[in-house]
Design a protein around this ligand. Structure first.
Ligand code: NAP
Length: 312
């Protein structure tokens, strides 16, 4: 088994994902030192005060110097410019990875800036929440979740094995996959669902015959779960759609066709079709629970007690 310990881990971007990597890596004893860089001093100060990083730098090159494992944990659209900026500071033998939700466009943007002698192993942990920033990270985020690595052909097998061992030590299950396939799979499992959530929340918001007060008051139905997803960071999701355009459009076209089928069934009172399609969807939920990717507790695991008391 490859050894997943590193001397100096550099986190470029210390938000939800960067800080969670730090918490989990510290818990598993995977780094002698963890340093970080962010756009703002405020984020660096918060990360220092929470013990997420041992040292913080506004210039990402200073974090990267001497690091044997580098993670870019920034919005997908920033990956290329950040890689270009740190390029000269990346040391020979270092593993350079990322956590971006899109892979083909990120590889295209980053790969030209990874120097010879360093190992580029792109990745995407399929784990997250709608929160962002350094305070939102936690050590269990990756527990039992998949992490997909998308190294290009010819990448050092040793580097891939070390990063695999690292993610496994954080609690993840790891799969290696082609970047284009990753983008297609994630378009339907993550990207389009986020688009639907943003859209349904906006549609409700724009309604004239149902008041905003009613939308909020009666949101205990399915709508409430959409609002949680639609609370996700707009910068991150803007970048996802700008960088996974083809796969997102393809999946959206398929979704629209299937929606039309439901629409037609409703229009013509075709209960058999509605029942069949709803039953198929319900069975898939059971498969997800059996695969350990969610729990069967009612209301998505939320109890009445976990709903915060009303303010004011
Ligand atoms: P986040 O909490 O918003 O944190 C982003 C971090 O990147 C912050 O430290 C921010 O610095 C820094 N940053 C933002 N723009 C930058 C730029 N132009 N140049 C340099 N640094 C910049 O984001 P996150 O949720 O951790 O997401 C990071 C990456 O993980 C994204 O690529 C996303 O696709 C991927 N991802 C997210 C999730 C999820 O559920 N959130 C799941 C899997 C993968 P400041 O705080 O100083 O602005």
């Amino acid at each position: 088994m490859s050894q997943p310990k590193f001397k100096r881990i550099a986190l470029i971007g210390i938000g939800l994902i960067g800080s969670s990597i730090s918490h989990a890596a510290r818990r598993a004893g995977l780094a002698e030192t963890i340093v970080g860089s962010a756009r703002t001093q405020a984020t660096i100060d918060t990360a220092l005060s929470l013990g997420i990083i041992d040292d913080g730098f506004l210039d990402a090159k200073d974090a990267v110097a001497g690091a044997d494992l580098i993670f870019l944990c920034v919005p997908v659209g920033a990956s290329g410019p950040v890689a270009q900026h740190i390029s000269g500071a990346i040391e020979s033998g270092a593993i350079v990875s990322d956590v971006g939700s899109v892979k083909a466009a990120v590889i295209e943007a980053m790969a030209p800036h990874i120097p010879q002698g360093a190992h580029f192993v792109p990745g995407h942990p399929i784990a997250g929440t709608e929160q962002s920033g350094p305070e939102s990270g936690f050590a269990d985020l990756f527990e039992g979740r998949w992490c997909i690595l998308t190294p290009e052909a010819g990448t050092s097998a040793t580097a891939v094995a070390r990063l695999t061992a690292f993610w496994q030590a954080l609690g993840s299950k790891v799969e290696v996959m082609d970047a284009a396939h990753h983008d297609l799979v994630l378009a339907i499992t993550s990207h389009v669902p986020h688009l639907i959530a943003y859209n349904i929340v906006n549609t409700a918001d724009h309604l004239e015959r149902v008041t905003e007060r009613e939308v909020i008051k009666f949101s205990a139905g399915g709508f409430r779960d959409f609002t949680r997803i639609a609370a996700s960071d707009p910068t991150m999701w803007r970048d996802v759609f700008l960088n996974n355009k083809d796969a997102a459009l393809e999946m959206l076209a398929r979704f629209t066709e299937d929606l039309s089928e439901l629409q037609r069934a409703i229009r013509f009172g075709d209960g058999d079709t509605l029942f069949k399609l709803f039953s198929e969807a319900r069975a898939l939920r059971q498969d997800i629970i059996e695969a350990g990717q969610d729990i069967a507790a009612p209301d998505f695991g939320r109890s009445e007690k976990s709903v915060p008391p009303k303010k004011g």
